[in-house]
Write a protein that binds this ligand. Structure first.
Ligand code: NAD
Ligand code: UD1
Length: 334
């Protein structure tokens, strides 16, 4: 298949590109490089043996998008492109709604016009809001209790996709709700390398280990969890990438929704301990107050993806930590 990855030079897109190329798919990437680097293309080539054709286009550039679709012969689009900094989305909500929701509408107009009716969308566990239980399943009601505009954009896009599929039954749409992606490619060549100050736990741990951030601030140790710190479902990015490969093999008409997670939760202190074990070094941290909008504990029920897609996460947190240390070594030598 000829597959277009929007946001494909980013963290999850680049790992997915590798898995798709390895299976013989023709991969093209469009990205505005706002949060990724062009050098990722060479690294994909080094790992997978082929360099994806690249289009430096913004989702908001309607003419550029139209031209790309007019020239391309895509069978399927995986839509990763989007802004994802939760804190920034609270400060600049319009930027997030315009980029994520407006950009997706532009993309969907092109897919309709050029008859590309298979779409996979990167959604997030954030759409579940606060369910009052830790284990999340796909049929739960979404969109209630989302605490930031970033999360709202994910929910809105899911609703738009459902309406698009309702209006045109030829659409085959798969929504993948990612839990917390961590780790890097085992080659050490690609990984998460965000521009600016990160918000998420793993990139912060990485920057503490390199000395760019003085210490990790743990947001609360008084939750009702195994050790009082927040619990999340951390999934190795290579497992996540393979989830996309499994999903595109089983596309069907209408909208299908899958959690991509491991089904197991880990606490912040367990993540710190795993990083220390892999690096052989202490990670400085202090416990501070809770972060607004945080939940105590959430993890995926991933059984639908296993049942219907034949996919399940196989790598461990220790694998993710070892691959992250390897990636940090490569970054240092670049
Ligand atoms: P990323 O920032 O590494 O990749 C996203 C890419 O999209 C970047 O390369 C960026 O330059 C590009 N982009 C953003 N706006 C664009 C626009 N207007 N036009 C063209 N390109 C644009 O992020 P990621 O972690 O790889 O996430 C990929 C997707 O998965 C995002 O939609 C994100 O919201 C979603 N997601 C990520 C996580 C996570 O923790 N990483 C969790 C759940 C969902
Ligand atoms: C956050 C977002 C969520 C988004 C997801 C992936 C919030 C409230 N939620 O979720 O909308 O979909 O990222 O982008 O921002 N932690 C610390 N110290 C830190 C950073 C994190 O203790 O400096 C803790 C958090 O309290 C949490 C865990 O680490 O318990 C994971 O945090 P994070 O990586 O931000 O992910 P989520 O909270 O799951």
């Amino acid at each position: 298949m000829i597959i277009l990855l929007t946001g494909g030079t980013g963290y999850i897109g680049s790992h997915t590109a590798i898995e798709l190329i390895k299976l013989g798919h023709d991969v093209e990437i469009m990205d505005n490089l706002f949060n990724s680097k062009i050098e990722v293309l060479d690294k994909i080539e080094k790992i997978a043996g082929e360099k994806p054709k690249f289009h430096k286009i913004d989702l908001l550039d309607k003419d550029g998008m139209d031209k790309m679709f007019a020239e391309g012969k895509y069978d399927l689009v995986i839509h990763f492109a989007g802004l994802k900094a939760v804190g920034e989305s609270v400060e600049k909500p319009l930027k997030y709604y315009e980029n994520n929701v407006g950009g997706t509408i532009n993309l969907l107009e092109c897919t309709k016009k050029y008859d590309v009716k298979k779409i996979v969308f990167s959604s997030s566990a954030t759409v579940y809001g606060d369910q009052g239980v830790a284990e999340l399943t796909e049929e739960m009601q979404t969109g209630v209790g989302i605490t930031n505009p970033y999360g709202e954009t994910k929910h809105m896009i899911e609703e738009i996709l459902k309406d698009v599929a309702e209006a045109d039954p030829e659409f085959e749409i798969t929504i993948l709700r990612y839990f917390n992606p961590v780790g890097s490619h085992p080659s050490g060549l690609i990984g998460e390398d965000p521009n600016g100050i990160p918000n998420n736990l793993m990139p912060i741990i990485m920057k503490v280990s390199t000395g760019e951030i003085e210490k990790l601030r743990i947001f609360g140790d008084d939750y009702d969890t195994v050790d009082g710190t927040g619990v999340r479902d951390y999934i190795h990015v290579v497992d996540l990438a393979k989830g996309h490969v499994a999903a595109i093999k089983k596309m069907k008409q209408g909208v299908s929704i899958y959690n991509l997670g491991t089904g197991r939760g880990a606490s912040v202190l367990e993540m710190v301990a795993a990083f220390e074990k892999a690096s052989g070094k202490k990670l400085p941290y202090e416990v501070v107050g809770r972060r607004a909008g945080d939940l105590a504990e959430i993890y995926a029920n991933p059984s639908k993806a296993e049942r219907e897609l034949g996919w399940k996460a196989e790598l461990t947190i220790d694998d993710a930590m070892n691959d992250t240390i390897n990636y940090l070594k490569h970054l240092k030598n670049e």
